[in-house]
Design a protein around this ligand. Structure first.
Ligand code: GDP
Length: 431
């Protein structure tokens, strides 16, 4: 992912600052210059970059602070906070509710990745336990229904559409009524792609919207348009009640940073991102988690605070383990996670990742053993951290170590990849 380049450049700038013998104005300026350069190259708007720079300078006055670790930590935190506030529109997106019909209408420019994203969205929510269905209201593009049908069939999601009906509002109304009646919880309506200048198509979009009365309208946007995302998202927001945005094709574009920050600036929350053509190449977008991951802080397997409490009280359950596994799997292939640790890039963790994914009945005993081991390991790690007076530290940082330890303990094969126990211990010491 091109954004990973941005992340690693920012991380290098932070590390350089952290390693400087003395953090003074010059070191701070050098770090900010590096970070700003990286942001500009990722197509982030100049004014936003300038704001970030000024804001960090204003918030951390290096000259008047006492020397030592705190200064570095404060600067690191200030950079993280500024990146987060640049990407955070400060608005909660719509969250589909279970046991009721949530009609979600997808709109966007042609080729943005709408049809692909509809299936990805349905598939992700199906895995979260929602009953999902797809309705094709794109009568404009030849082959649109076939494409949706093909994607939906592959992902085993029920669908509705027509080869003969030409009125998209009619199909949309029929499809949503049918799925509502059948008790579907997420009914996704895919519409034709349109451009903001196409007045007739905008009117048609309004008709579809009137026909289905969506609970949420999601605008799908291709990240390669970079900063132009601002103009597009604003135009769509003015014409239909866009509640949130999904940004696609973040797997390959240098302009990703521009698109993300530009959309956030319109005040529309980004809920998900597309990171590839496959149905699973889709992620929840949560600003803090995204920024920490971008900066290579192994974070996202972060334990939720309630889970943490249960764990420290000795109430770690199988359900917690399942959630933790799911969080780890959401981080992508294990190789991605491990690449974030010093000296671990380029190793093959494919098999280990596949093993977590596929637990067949015969492996249940092994799974239970892993569960016990994991509970013990996590408790030990937490106790150790507490003893070291780090109890209040950012959970995210601690979890990187926890996840690595846990993976290693669960998977003897990984030892081979790690080059033996000594290799792992060295890695831990370096973290
Ligand atoms: P629509 O016209 O908006 O419905 O767009 P489609 O869903 O047909 O997608 C257009 C093209 O973009 C297809 O070739 C998709 O496979 C591709 N695509 C969609 N999302 C992504 C993504 O996140 N990453 C990549 N690399 N390709 C994507």
């Amino acid at each position: 992912m091109v954004l990973a380049d941005l992340g690693s450049r920012v991380a290098v700038a932070l590390r350089k600052m952290a390693q400087a013998p003395l953090v003074d104005k010059d070191v701070l300026n050098e770090m900010l210059t590096e970070i700003c350069k990286a942001l500009l190259q990722a197509d982030v708007n100049v004014a936003q970059v300038k704001h970030l720079r000024e804001s960090i300078k204003k918030n951390v006055d290096v000259e008047s602070l006492a020397s030592g670790m705190n200064k570095r930590k404060m600067l690191e935190q200030a950079v993280c906070n500024e990146l987060c506030s640049m990407l955070d529109p400060g608005k909660e997106p719509y969250a589909p509710k279970k046991k009721q019909a949530n009609v979600i209408m997808f709109v966007g420019l042609q080729g943005a990745g709408k049809t692909t994203t509809c299936t990805k969205y349905a598939y992700m929510h199906k895995r979260k336990g929602f009953k999902c269905a797809l309705v094709c209201a794109d009568t404009f593009r030849a082959g649109a229904f076939d494409q949706l049908k093909q994607n939906a069939t592959k992902a085993k999601i029920p669908f509705y559409g027509s080869y003969t009906e030409t009125d998209p509002a009619q199909i949309a109304a029929e499809g949503t009524a049918k799925f509502r009646e059948e008790g579907y919880e997420i009914i996704i309506v895919d519409t034709s792609g349109r451009h903001m200048q196409e007045a007739a198509l905008f009117e048609e979009m309004q008709q579809v919207s009137d026909a289905v009365a969506p609970d949420e309208v999601i605008f799908v946007m291709d990240s390669s348009i970079g900063q132009a995302a601002h103009e597009q998202a604003s135009a769509f927001k003015k014409k239909v009640a866009v509640g949130s945005v999904i940004i696609t094709k973040l797997d390959g574009h240098a302009k990703g940073g521009g698109a993300l920050s530009a959309v956030a600036a319109t005040g529309a929350p980004i809920t998900h991102i597309g990171t590839g053509e496959h149905v699973e190449d889709f992620e929840d977008f949560e600003v803090k988690s995204f920024v920490s991951r971008m900066l290579g802080k192994g974070n996202i397997a972060g334990l939720a605070p309630e889970m943490m409490k249960r764990l420290t009280q000795g109430n770690w359950t199988l359900r917690d383990m399942r959630e933790q596994f799911q969080a780890v799997l959401k981080m992508g292939p294990l190789s991605n996670i491990m690449n974030q640790f010093p000296g671990m890039g380029g190793l093959d963790f494919h098999e280990s990742g596949a093993r977590i994914k596929k637990h067949h009945p015969l492996e249940v005993v092994e799974l239970l053993d892993q569960f016990k081991l994991m509970a013990t390991t996590m408790q030990k790690t937490i106790k150790k951290n507490k003893k070291m007076g780090k109890a209040g530290q950012d959970l995210h940082n601690m979890d990187a170590a926890t996840v690595a330890q846990m993976m290693h303990k669960m998977n003897p094969q990984m030892l081979q990849h790690l080059g033996g126990q000594a290799g792992l211990e060295q890695m831990m010491a370096e973290m």
